[in-house]
Design a protein around this ligand. Structure first.
Ligand code: BGC
Length: 372
């Protein structure tokens, strides 16, 4: 069900770029020979290609981002094609090439790393295709726009969240382990800047003890479990875990469970996934960070739709590309910290439903957490 509608004018837009407009999967109206009359081209809208990174590092990409982007494109009646590279960098490049060949005039990507992301953006730009970095900034990538959350703030909320949970547990001089996101994801760097901004002063003052601190390649949840298992073997007294997202948090929780430490050692997360929220309800995870992905998808879709129509849409601010030094026009949204008490906010916002969250053993916890 990835059907898009390629308008005649989209074909024309692609032809202007010297491309063959042959419409993507499911297109019925695309004819490369369809030349618009002057009047017919006024509603010109090119085709929008979106490449998501994978479906394992977080549930969000398939369950939230795809859904909300699709809804926004459908509502606007623009042609689109959303694909997922499934963590494969070569596949990512192939998808991009195909999208451009098929007449995409706007390309929105969530890179798998900045190097390969840049190669994709460079190729697109060379063909006159407008570019948007979605969620992850491609360093030195030169995308026309960047849409995301305030990712340093995400990290700050995680750091502050862990501090609150450790205070609730009244642990003296807790040893804190850090399970960071992928070293090739600029967001992971920003998250870490955020939480280390909170934790480092506590390490420095001796209030907390710095424990193992490691990145998880590609946010791989399975590797995260192995890494955390080693951390706990080397340092059995870990008293708090700063995990950069719900998937990594769940990996740590699995290991803590095996050692009967779940619920005793607070663990953080991010993304407000069903699994993360259930771990919070169960008392095994102390907090997550909710990012209203509908807002992110809507903002990115509006920019893409504007670009597809040949407009120059406005961003709300800029973000510094730390590698190129460029100020990238950006839209950054606000994240929200979620603890047991306000899991209901995520449900009330329509991000997860009570039906998917409050299954089986979680039903009673949902009632306790005031989820209607
Ligand atoms: C996103 C997170 C996500 C992680 C793993 C980050 O770039 O901002 O929401 O959990 O990637 O996919």
């Amino acid at each position: 069900m990835r059907k898009g509608i390629l308008s005649l004018s989209a074909a024309a837009a692609a032809m202007t770029l010297g491309l063959t407009a042959c419409g993507g999967e499911g297109d019925t109206s695309a004819q490369s020979s369809a030349a618009p009359s002057g009047a017919a081209s006024q509603a010109a809208a090119g085709k929008i290609g979106v490449i998501l990174p994978d479906s394992k590092s977080s549930a969000r990409w398939e369950t939230a981002d795809r859904k909300f982007l699709e809804e926004a494109f459908k509502a606007a009646g623009v042609a689109y094609d959303i694909q997922n590279a499934q963590g494969d960098k070569n596949q990512f490049q192939t998808i991009a090439d195909q999208m451009i060949t098929n007449g995409a005039t706007v390309l929105m990507i969530v890179n798998l790393d900045s190097g390969t992301g840049k190669a994709v953006l460079d190729k697109a730009k060379a063909q006159g295709v407008a570019t948007i970095d979605y969620d992850r900034l491609t360093l030195n990538g030169g995308a026309s726009y960047y849409v995301s959350f305030d990712n340093t703030k995400v990290g700050t909320l995680q750091g502050e969240g862990l501090v609150k949970c450790l205070a609730d547990k009244k642990v003296e001089k807790p040893i804190v382990a850090e399970l960071n996101g992928s070293p090739t994801d600029n967001n992971a760097t920003l998250f870490k800047n955020g939480y280390d901004g909170v934790l480092q002063p506590k390490y420095d003052s001796g209030e907390y003890v710095k424990g193992p601190d490691q990145s998880v390649p590609d946010w791989d949840n399975a590797q995260a479990a192995t890494i955390f298992e080693q951390m706990l073997t080397e340092q059995p007294k870990i008293a708090g875990v700063l995990a950069a997202n719900d998937g990594l948090g769940n990996a740590a929780i699995t290991v803590l469970k095996k050692n009967k430490l779940n619920g005793k050692v607070p663990v953080t997360g991010q993304d407000a996934t069903v699994q993360g929220l259930q771990n919070i309800l169960a008392g095994d995870q102390c907090m997550t960070v909710y990012k209203a992905i509908k807002k992110e998808a809507d903002a990115a879709a509006q920019l893409a739709i504007g670009l597809a129509k040949g407009e120059k849409p406005a961003a709300t601010g800029t973000v510094k590309d730390t590698e190129s030094g460029a100020d990238v026009p950006a839209v950054l949204l606000e994240p929200q910290a979620i603890f047991f008490e306000n899991v209901k906010d995520v449900v009330n916002d329509g991000f997860v439903t009570k039906e998917e969250l409050c299954t089986g053993e979680f039903a009673a916890k949902c009632t306790e957490a005031g989820i209607q």
